[in-house]
Design a protein around this ligand. Structure first.
Ligand SMILES: [Zn+2]
Ligand SMILES: [Zn+2]
Length: 204
């Protein structure tokens, strides 16, 4: 197997740790040497500094695979997601939340994909970033953010503005959920959930 960064199987003149091949993201079948990955991450940080981007954005770019969008896990392995499904909540006027390419607070357009998750849409939670501020989610029939149309499936990072789904809440909290506004009490339809969350969302 070859490293996807240096295109060699063996990394010459490197420590055993640096020369080891690893799969730090969701790019299955395409490993990297730890040494090459570290060099690529340093280059990302340097490039961001040269372009006068925020430290937050530099960190997020260095920690995210450009190909699959997953977090590049350190040698310790991957963190499990907190839940499998969540409900997206949009606070803005658009009624949707753009999916980000990298988990950063920077609102520069280059950090956003063209797809979004709609307010009230149920999304699959794939993972959480190190700060706990962002989730990588998979949305079906993801609407385009600026144009008409949608994608059958889109993945991206979303800020901590999701609320946990009814299914999750119902499994967790028996007898009936006591939380204010929970659809189990109010009878609201699934997909328009407003409450029943495990942790209060942080507002922007
Ligand atoms: Zn390499
Ligand atoms: Zn990847």
């Amino acid at each position: 197997m070859e490293c996807r960064l240096c295109l060699h199987a063996v990394l010459e003149d490197a420590s055993p740790e640096d020369a080891a091949l690893a799969f730090p993201c969701d790019c299955r079948g395409s490993p990297v040497h730890w040494g090459c990955l570290r060099r690529w991450q340093q280059a990302q940080v340097q490039r961001a500094a040269e372009a006068a981007r925020s430290a937050d954005e530099a960190r997020a770019r260095a920690a995210t695979c450009e190909v699959c969008g997953a977090r590049l896990a350190a040698a310790g392995g991957r963190k499990r997601p907190l839940a499998e499904r969540a409900v997206c909540r949009a606070h803005g006027g658009e009624g949707k939340v753009a999916l980000r390419r990298v988990p950063t607070l920077s609102r520069a357009s280059r950090n956003f994909s063209e797809f979004s998750a709609a307010d009230g849409q149920e999304v699959e939670v794939l993972e959480q970033d190190d700060t706990g501020e962002f989730f990588r989610v998979r949305a079906r029939k993801a609407p385009r953010y600026r144009e008409q149309g949608s994608a059958a499936l889109a993945e991206g990072w979303i800020r901590h503005i999701c609320r946990w789904s009814l299914a999750r809440c119902a499994a967790r909290l028996r007898p009936p959920c006591q939380r204010r506004g929970c659809p189990r009490l109010t009878g609201a339809r699934r997909g328009t959930l407003r409450a029943c969350r495990r942790a209060p969302p942080r507002r922007t």
